[in-house]
Design a protein around this ligand. Sequence first.
Ligand code: ATP
Length: 316
Amino acid sequence: MSELLRVEGLNVTYRTRGGLLPAARGVSLTLRKGEILGLVGESGSGKSTVLTALMRMLPRSARVAAGRVDFDGTDLLSLGDAPMRRLRGRRIGLIPQRPMTSLSPVTTVRKQLALLSGGVIDDVRAQRLLTDVGLGGLYDRLGDYPFQFSGGQLQRMLMAVAVLAHEPDLVLADEPTTTLDVTVQAQILRLLLDLRNRLGNSVIFVSHDLAVLSQVCDRVGVMYGGQLVEAAETRDLFTNPQHPYTRALLDAMPSRRARGERLRAIPGTVSGSQRLPGCPFAPRCDVATDLCAAEAPPPRPVAGSTVRCHHAGATS
Ligand SMILES: Nc1ncnc2c1ncn2[C@@H]1O[C@H](COP(=O)(O)OP(=O)(O)OP(=O)(O)O)[C@@H](O)[C@H]1O
């Protein structure tokens, strides 16, 4: 598979009352054509910041302090605003986190689908797209308002717009199933896989839930304190995790604990870890040494993973 996206050394900083906050720190990743890459991490680890930087939709308080984002031969970070707007939607689609709040409550769904698709969804096209995402029966109700549909139905419609209206090469999905119940969540994940298999698009799928990512992703990147601390093929990550934080995340997954066994929470919080000079996970890590607190480990290959840990390889 050839490469679609290459992110190198992405640094994003927010201006806050407490000073500059480095929310993404030296994030490097690659995405092949047709690949689904998951990004996982606790709240505040920097997942949305990376996704928003790729879309060039960061708030004004943010600054991309360093890095390069090559999208199919185009440097996204130096691209002018007008060509970037043309790219958004057409070649890069976004599936939002909360379908209900992404839509205006006072405009009919028909109008919003047309607007979101840049005018390409007329009534004939809408019928085909709805059928493609398993909602053919809702065509007669397009004049209704968002609150008259379920969250799962709205998310399918937004996926139809993001993935099918222009068939973009890259789809960015920011926790698209978080607000849905488990059965609907499974339907949405299946739909995402079906669409990828049919269209061959690449996807970056952000979630705080490793179990969700394991169902759809070819590869998974683990974020902590603004850094990508480990990235590997999904199976390798689950069977042979190299970073202590990845191991702790896996240990905290209910499905991986034996029945009756206590779940292991990770003590401490991610808060403030972006400002530490050494490894951001060091204060919560049970194998950390003085070196970890003093020096940030660079990414290096260990047993199929790319991992940022001074002790990876020695501790597994
Ligand atoms: N607009 C902003 N202004 C200042 N700080 C921000 C802003 N947006 C995010 N941050 C901070 O940047 C860090 C990374 O946040 P980000 O939203 O990227 O994390 P996340 O992993 O996506 O979290 P979540 O899962 O909760 O969405 C956090 O410390 C957050 O508080």
